[in-house]
Design a protein around this ligand. Sequence first.
Ligand code: ATP
Length: 192
Amino acid sequence: MQRLGVFGGTFDPVHVGHLVVAVNARALLRLDRVLLVVANQPWQKSDRLVTAAEDRYALVAAAVGGREGLEASRIEIDRGGVSYTADTLEALVAEGELFLVVGADVANQLLTWERPDVVRRLATVVVVDRPGAPAASPALGAGWRVERVETPHLDVSASDLRRRAAAGLPLDGLVPDAAIRVIRERGLYARA
Ligand code: ATP
């Protein structure tokens, strides 16, 4: 049975911090594949306009490129509607043993997600810590399988990148080159 990493996000836009997490989680946990799952309608981000899902998917596909063991996943886009991780894990569980990769900030919110019991049953939660600064263990309770990995934390966030692009500042080095080309071709993020 293959070991399958599930790394979900809005990826608006994808950045080098995401890639560092994906490749290091794969190496440290010996995952066969890590899926970067692009949220269709992220339920946590309903307070702002999110870039079209197909555009965000194109960015992730370009960023992943031919990197071994990484894949852009459009499973939530093809399902449509609001994206819940529980549904995604149910759809993927036949493919292998599931490892849900989350930043420490996200791990603490897991119990507020839709159907957390499904998440608990179907996946091991992989909490990504900053080297030398492990976050407090998420208060998940009994029955949760949790693994921790340390990966370099790059001080980059999608919201900061959107602000930079809107201000006409370059994204070079912060977003993989292939994804920057897609941003330019499609005229995303205003002045990127
Ligand atoms: P935003 O700034 O818009 O909230 P984001 O950069 O945090 O976006 P998301 O798509 O919301 O990106 O995050 C997807 C996952 O990536 C989450 O689990 C988050 O914790 C993690 N993540 C985001 N940025 C980093 C980073 N610089 N280093 C490590 N993990 C990150």
